[in-house]
Design a binder for this molecule. Structure first.
Ligand code: ZN
Length: 210
């Protein structure tokens, strides 16, 4: 019974922290089993359909990588999410062509309240959906239904919702789910316009968009 009660408590905690997580933006330890299972599942980098979500020549670091024991957990379907530390107002560019399928723009930065995340979700031709989360107040620069091209300016980064500091939470889902629905799986993503990262970007490292 004790074990069951603990399990229920843990499940509740996970649900409270669902999707965006309780320690968003902070560095986290890695889940070694998840890392081992994920190795080799990333696209060949030179053939990746994705480019980094910031401007050419700019450099940002990964504040939380894939397969952590923080909020990018496998049991939350978040193991392939990335957090990028960047000041509020940093220009965010689409990683791939697509259609805007969901936006939120009216929440304030710095409240720390789960559910108050401004975001842009863009569906690609294969049905996958990129999500750009914690966008600043009124920082969404695209409209619902709009077609966007790769490297098109779509938003300004921020610190809205369940976030411990200014950063962009970025993930690609296999198909569209609303922001706090964790039933959709994240997909392994790498980016063709930066330095080598065979099994995803590494937490703590910086990457320049080339
Ligand atoms: Zn995150």
């Amino acid at each position: 019974m004790v074990a069951i009660k603990f399990s229920n408590t843990l499940t509740s905690l996970i649900l409270v922290c669902a999707l965006i997580g309780c320690n968003e933006g902070r560095e986290s330890s890695v889940d070694d089993i998840c890392v081992a299972e994920s190795a080799g599942t990333y696209p060949k980098q030179s053939e990746s359909p994705y480019t980094l979500p910031w401007g050419i020549g700019e450099t940002y670091s990964v504040s939380q990588g894939n397969c952590t024991i923080g909020s990018h957990r496998k049991d939350l379907n978040q193991q392939f999410a990335y957090d990028f530390g960047m000041p509020v107002g940093t220009k965010i560019y689409s990683v791939r062509n697509g259609i805007v399928v969901s936006i939120e723009a009216g929440f304030s930065d710095g409240t720390g309240v789960p559910g108050e995340e401004n975001q842009v979700s863009i569906e690609h031709s294969d049905g996958s959906v990129a999500q750009y989360i914690h966008i600043t107040t009124n920082g969404v620069l695209v409209e619902l239904g709009q077609a966007v091209e790769q490297n098109e300016l779509i938003a300004m980064s921020g610190n809205s919702g369940n976030s411990s500091g200014p950063h962009l939470h970025f993930q690609v889902l296999e198909s569209f789910c609303p922001l706090h629905d964790t039933s959709c799986s994240t997909m392994p993503v790498n980016f063709r316009n930066t330095s080598a990262h065979v099994n995803g970007l590494i937490e703590g490292k910086s990457y320049t968009a080339e």
